[in-house]
Design a protein around this ligand. Structure first.
Ligand SMILES: [Zn+2]
Length: 302
């Protein structure tokens, strides 16, 4: 076990590691074939500490992590610190909305073909009414965990890997729309596919809702997600592009996929807290993302 493993990193950041259910995630024994190309998998105690950190950030900032608040700024600082320590190139993209500064956090993993970008993101803001732990701490934590695993593995991808945590999604996809609008035509063209996670740890999730891009048809990403879930006996349902940040990419003609575990019992209220996330679902979502990122990182279309 490498000393750079995520649990120790998370423990150093938080000073504590959640004690979670001893029941293994269904994917824990379902790793891919052995060999250097096999995607890593994580356990619940490797992703849930990030959600606990986001809950603590909300707790000390009036109960939310909304656009324009200290809770959002602290959320960005938490994610950025972990990425910087892991060796990512990070930057904040500032925008202005509703009289307040907003920020997208962009992280690039050095290497890979800059003309073929595999781009993965999740919104990091909550609504003002609550801490936003399933919507969308869960997606943000899954994307962070996947990014840190890329660093742990010292992955040398064929494609260039970029990750983003979007601001002001809850105000109408504002951060991602601002980011995409400011891309040059060449930058937009370089993005092979955008993968979005929004609500990745919903309780009582029965199906994973996989994004189908109507404009581009069944993307390799959609196929990869569906194959990953099918191989583990998990049922999926196709949903269209829309309602989260992949819509901003779709509006610019950029192919997208990703998934959601669906609307939970509590959304956009104070009860969307740590108890509103099922650690097993969150772990499965993270492992699905890892599996697909590993697969798509190693292949280029042209
Ligand atoms: Zn959301």
């Amino acid at each position: 076990m490498s000393s750079r493993r995520l649990p120790s990193l998370a423990a150093r950041i938080l000073g504590a590691v959640l004690v979670l259910s001893a029941v293994p995630a269904p994917t824990a024994t379902a790793a891919g074939p052995p060999g250097p190309a096999a995607a890593p998998t994580v356990r619940a105690d490797e992703v849930m500490p990030h959600l606990r950190a986001l809950q603590q950030i909300a707790d000390r900032n009036g109960g939310n992590r909304a656009h324009g608040t200290q809770g959002y700024a602290d959320s960005v600082a938490y994610v950025r610190k972990a990425l910087d320590r892991a060796g990512f190139h990070t930057e904040l993209r500032r925008f202005s909305h509703g009289g307040a500064a907003g920020y997208n956090l962009i992280a690039d993993w050095p290497g890979g073909d800059p003309k073929h970008v595999l781009f993965t993101g999740a919104h990091l803001d909550s609504v003002k009414e609550g801490p936003g732990i399933n919507d969308n701490g869960s997606g943000a934590a899954a994307v962070l965990t996947a990014a840190l695993r890329v660093a742990d593995a010292g992955l040398k991808p064929t494609r260039h890997l970029r990750f983003a945590w979007w601001g002001a999604e809850e105000e109408g996809l504002v951060g991602s729309a601002d980011y995409v609008r400011k891309l040059s035509a060449a930058d937009r063209k370089a993005i092979d596919v955008y993968l979005n996670l929004d609500q990745a740890g919903s309780k009582k999730a029965q199906q994973w809702l996989v994004v189908h891009d109507n404009e581009h048809g069944e993307t390799e990403a959609q196929q990869a997600f569906e194959a990953w879930f099918a191989a583990r006996g998990i049922s999926t349902f196709d949903i269209g592009v829309g309602g989260s940040d992949h819509e901003s990419f779709g509006n610019a003609g950029i192919p997208s996929s990703g998934f959601s575990t669906g609307i939970s019992d509590c959304i956009h209220e104070a009860c969307d807290n740590l108890a509103n996330v099922d650690p097993k679902t969150e772990t499965t979502s993270t492992n699905a993302l890892l599996g697909v990122v590993w697969k798509l990182a190693a292949t280029a279309r042209h």
